[in-house]
Design a protein around this ligand. Structure first.
Ligand SMILES: [Ca+2]
Ligand SMILES: [Ca+2]
Length: 473
């Protein structure tokens, strides 16, 4: 039952609606659009005879409403089937609040509701409640309530007061600017638009949904007025919910209205529900099955999306690291991920995909790669030969891995060396088991000398005699 929201409680009579304590002013300038079709509309009062129904929620199977227990304290929780039959009645925890829990929310497992005195979790299996936190400051009242899974936080507002968002255990409570709404009662999270619908007691009738973008902290400009429900002459907004699993193929907004002469629960069509499917789980990535530490390897993954959406891929490298999301790529196209392992080991590489709507596939089967240490080169200096004007040295890589950028030096020490005392150079690559020959600059001089050849860390010295233009080793 309803006394108009703008009318304060009449002295001597119980207040039968949870009125706006803040002066209600309609400041909305956006024009409400045509109301959606009402798909469910039932009497949520006669079955229990309590006045003052407040919150509403859908748990995937049943409707739940919170209600003041004026006739039979304490305050109540009611569970209803899809046809509006009252299935069960549960007591809320006793508390000082005159109204008890206001709006409700559902996180996919539990229902939640709050008041001036705390915030509770409700088990939908048996209606038992668990106090999540009692001290709600700086909030004064948890009235409207929506669970926003992307942030892991509840949003709440109360008529014209500032909004808040908070974690389920209340350890973080953060102020959120009220975007200018004055009569907020319910909130519901829309997982298709990633927005919050705010059920507000402004408009005619006083049941207007305003869509709020919690990323930009602004109203989107979209709003809906819930038309007068069956048999009512007036109605004001109570709690609100959103569901895509209540009416087949439809995304709906629902809620409680406090009406004259009855409180009613409604479900209103919002739009067709999305039918987006995630990409097909990709097959195991293709790529090498063995490799070496410190060498980059490429892996290829591919899958398709049922709607042909673009696809991003994430490779798990099996060592605790992943590639992050790569792409997007066209559905069916190959995606390449590259990785360099830094330790010896056996690693399971797997990949998953997500479409442009963030719908994720499962992880693929794994592709195993065995990473071993890199084969190392071993540089040895072999023959050092003399002759006319020059010294030559043979450098051999006797290791299992290629040697790169091999620096070499030929130095003559002792005697009178006029030209070619030192020659240096760099060999780009000496493959495993291969040899390279280096040659000094022109050498002129006299006398006994020592030829020292250095390559990498290898050195070798030989005694020689220089006879002007001839070097005799
Ligand atoms: Ca809600
Ligand atoms: Ca898709």
């Amino acid at each position: 039952m309803l006394l108009f929201a703008a009318v304060p409680a009449i002295q001597g009579l119980p207040q039968t609606n949870d009125v706006n304590e803040i002066k209600m002013v309609n400041v909305q300038t956006s024009t409400p659009k045509s109301p959606g079709q009402i798909l469910i509309d039932f009497d949520a009062e006669t079955a229990h005879l309590e006045t003052g129904s407040l919150g509403a929620e859908w748990d995937g199977q049943y409707f739940w409403t919170s209600c003041r227990g004026l006739t039979t304290p304490p305050h109540k929780l009611f569970k209803w089937d899809i046809s509006g039959n009252l299935i069960a009645t549960y007591n809320q925890p006793a508390q000082a609040s005159a109204w008890g829990m206001r709006d409700l929310a559902f996180d996919g497992t539990y229902l939640y509701g709050g008041s001036e005195n705390g915030f509770w979790r409700i088990n939908p299996a048996d209606g038992t409640t668990t106090l999540m936190f009692a001290s709600i400051a700086p909030m004064t009242l948890i009235r409207a309530l929506a669970w926003v899974p992307s942030e892991g936080m509840f949003y709440t507002g109360s008529f014209g007061l500032g909004w808040f968002k908070f974690t389920p255990d209340g350890t973080t409570i953060t102020a959120v600017p009220n975007p200018g709404l004055t009569a907020v009662y319910g909130m519901a999270y829309d997982d298709m638009n990633d927005t919050i619908w705010v059920f507000d007691q402004t408009g005619t009738p006083q049941t207007t949904f305003f869509e709020y973008n919690y990323h930009t902290l602004a109203l989107t400009g979209r709003s809906w007025v819930v038309p007068m429900l069956t048999g009512l002459t007036a109605q004001i907004a109570g709690g609100a919910f959103y569901a895509t699993d209540c009416i087949s193929g439809k995304a709906v907004l629902g809620g409680m209205v406090q009406g004259t002469v009855l409180d009613r629960l409604f479900v209103m069509e919002l739009r067709d529900a999305a039918t987006n499917q995630p990409p097909v789980t990709p097959g195991a990535p293709s790529g090498p099955s063995s490799g070496n530490v410190g060498v980059e390897y490429d892996f290829i993954a591919s899958t398709t999306d049922p709607e042909g959406d673009n696809i991003s891929y994430m490779f798990d490298w099996g060592d605790g690291n992943d590639s992050g999301w790569l792409g997007p790529f066209a559905s069916g196209a190959n995606a390449t991920g590259s990785y360099t392992w830094s330790a010896i080991g056996n690693y399971d590489v797997k990949v998953k995909a997500k479409d442009a709507n963030d719908a994720e596939s499962g992880w693929s089967a794994v592709h195993a790669i065995n990473i071993t240490s890199l084969p190392t080169p071993n540089i040895e200096i072999q023959a050092i030969t003399g002759g006319l004007l020059k010294v030559k040295a043979t450098i051999k890589n006797t290791g299992a891995g290629a040697a790169t950028n091999v620096s070499w030096k030929i130095q003559l020490t002792g005697g009178l060396i006029i030209l070619g005392k030192e020659s240096t150079g760099k060999i780009p690559t000496i493959n495993a088991s291969a040899t390279a020959t280096v040659t000094s600059k022109l050498i002129l001089g006299f006398g006994k000398t020592v030829i020292k050849v250095t390559a990498d860390t290898a050195t070798k010295s030989v005694n020689a005699t220089v006879l002007l233009v001839f070097i005799k080793v």
